[in-house]
Every structure is written in C-alpha cells, then in structure tokens.
Design a binder for this molecule. Structure first.
Ligand SMILES: Cc1cc2nc3c(=O)[nH]c(=O)nc-3n(C[C@H](O)[C@H](O)[C@H](O)COP(=O)(O)OP(=O)(O)OC[C@H]3O[C@@H](n4cnc5c(N)ncnc54)[C@H](O)[C@@H]3O)c2cc1C
Ligand code: FES
Length: 263
C-alpha cells in the first residue's frame, strides 16, 4: 500500500529528452519527493497555468494527465511520455526551466519482491513503469523482460522485442511467446503493464499455469485522485467483488482478482 500523501507541487522541468518517434522524457529534480515514490506509482501532470493562458504563444491546454514514474534516482525523476493527443502534445512542448504542475505520488505501486524468477511483460506505453520496477528488482531477483509495440518506433531496450508489423524483433503480439517463456525460464512471478487486451491475455496464461501475476491497469481517468469513481474496475471473486478505483486502490492489482470478463 502507498503510505505517502499525494501533494500538489510546482517544479521546473530540469530537461526534456527527445526519443524516437513520438516519445520524449521530462525530467524534474526533487530529492525529498524522490524518496517518497515507488515503482508503479504515477503523477497527474500538466503545464503550469502561466503557460496555458493566451499570453503564451504555445497556447498549452489546461489538462492534467496521468503519467507513470519512469525513473527515480537520487532526486532525478523522469516521465517517459508518448504524444497521443492535446495533453501529451502540450507536455512535449515544455523545455528546461518551464514550470510543471504535479499531483502525486498517486496509486499503490508494485510490491517489491526478492528471490524470484520474474517475467516482465509490457506493451506500448506500459514500458515506463516497468523500467523503474526492474531497476529496483534486478539485484534481488532473476528477471526476463519482453516488450511489444506496433512498430520499431514503439519498442525500447529489454530482453525480447515484438512488433506487430515485424519491423524489429519478432513479428506478432508479445503474448505469443509467453507460455513457452514461462515454462523454459521457470518463471514464478509475472508483472505486466500495457493495453487491456495484452493484460487480459497475459492473465489468462498465468491463470492456466498457476503463476502469481501483478498487473498495472490502464483506465481513463477524470480526477485521478480518487474522487469521481470514473476509473473503477471490478475486483474480487465471482461471488464477492467490488468496484475499486484504478487511481487509488490500483493501478496495480493481483491479476487473479481482476474480473476480466466484466471489463
Ligand atoms: C495510471 C496511468 C499511467 C500512465 N502512464 C503513462 C506514461 O508513463 N506515459 C505515457 O505516455 N502515457 C501514460 N498513460 C496514458 C496517458 O495518460 C494518456 O496517453 C494521456 O492521458 C492521453 O492524453 P492526451 O490529452 O494526450 O490525449 P487524449 O485526447 O486524451 O487521448 C488520445 C488517445 O489516447 C487514448 N487514451 C487516452 N488515455 C488513455 C488511457 N488511459 N488508456 C488507453 N487509451 C487512452 C484515447 O482514447 C485517444 O484515442 C498512463 C495512463 C494511466 C491511467
Ligand atoms: S479517476 Fe476519479 S476516482 Fe479515479
């Protein structure tokens, strides 16, 4: 569980790093905040109000967007972002010194486990939180990471890459190899993050094989801080379940407790 209280903060962008295609990283610097964050948590972030009024020639919209923590080390906190619409495009226009508004850290985060044989499964923009997670786990576990994307512009460093168009790595969906990978590598724990169909398929495989699995769910978020209940998903068992909020009780859930057929 997350024991820290989310704060509303204003921080300057330390730097913006351009990656391939539509991806970029925003870095901020805050040593005290850095100590409060764990892998799998996220922030609601937006360009500061001073940049969203008509006087700024960039005319950035006033939208908070949920973005996972991609990296966090000694005060250097990174957000790895894909430009998909107005909110993320606005964030991509920020430069060093521009102010960001942030609310967080939000959500529960992944459990930090030791002495296991772990498979990380990510798709698309599910990559960033698993980067931070693997950094925290790597000294205490054996880890293998598979990542899939639409094409070569959507894949990043890991152990095995899949692209839908076959432009890099293996051609197809990242879930195609999971069953044999889990068996061959004697995996006993899976962490996943990515599009819902990928998570659902991964959960079906871990359920069939009886493998422990923690999944970070995607949801459309309105408030992002537990107030509107717009992000609620059914969690529990067939006989006893409740709607839990992805932004508050999640985004990480035990895959066996997610009622996938009701999503
Ligand atoms: C907990 C959490 C963590 C996230 N972490 C990251 C991250 O680290 N990096 C990153 O780039 N993105 C992340 N996202 C997704 C990001 O929040 C959305 O891409 C962003 O809100 C889109 O806003 P926009 O205004 O740019 O585009 P919009 O106009 O809001 O959306 C553009 C397109 O993306 C789709 N979309 C928007 N939000 C979601 C969503 N939550 N799930 C699936 N499809 C969506 C819309 O249907 C639309 O097709 C995360 C989302 C959640 C819920
Ligand atoms: S987005 Fe409002 S409760 Fe989760």
């Amino acid at each position: 569980m997350n024991n820290t209280h989310p704060q509303r903060l204003e921080r300057a962008v330390y730097s913006r790093e351009e990656l391939c295609g539509d991806y970029f990283i925003l870095w901020i610097w805050d040593e005290a905040l850095s100590k409060q964050i764990k892998p799998g948590q996220f922030f609601e972030i937006r360009a500061h109000a001073s940049l969203t009024d008509a006087e700024d020639s960039r005319c950035l919209p006033k939208l908070f967007k949920p973005i996972s923590v991609y990296d966090n080390s000694g005060g250097r906190i990174g957000f790895f972002i894909k430009k998909v619409g107005p909110g993320t495009i606005a964030l991509s226009k920020l430069k060093a010194g521009d102010m960001l508004e942030l609310i967080g850290p939000l959500g529960n985060g992944f459990p930090l486990i030791t002495q296991r044989r772990i498979l990380l499964v990510s798709g698309g923009i599910g990559y960033p939180p698993l980067w931070y997670l693997q950094k925290e786990l790597i000294n205490h576990n054996l880890i293998f990471w598979v990542h899939g994307g639409a094409g070569q512009g959507d894949v990043f460093p890991c152990d095995e890459v899949w692209t839908v168009d076959g432009s890099l790595g293996k051609k197809g969906l990242v879930t195609q190899s999971l069953k044999s990978l889990i068996t061959e590598k004697k995996i006993d724990l899976v962490f996943s993050c990515g599009p819902m169909p990928m998570l659902k398929q991964t959960a079906a495989i871990t359920s069939e094989l009886g493998i422990e699995h923690y999944t970070s769910l995607e949801a459309y978020m309105a408030c992002g801080i537990g107030v509107c209940h717009g992000c609620a998903v059914p969690i529990g068992s067939e006989n006893a379940w409740d709607y839990l909020r992805v932004c508050k009780e999640g985004p990480v859930f035990k895959a066996e407790e997610v009622l996938w057929n009701m999503l």
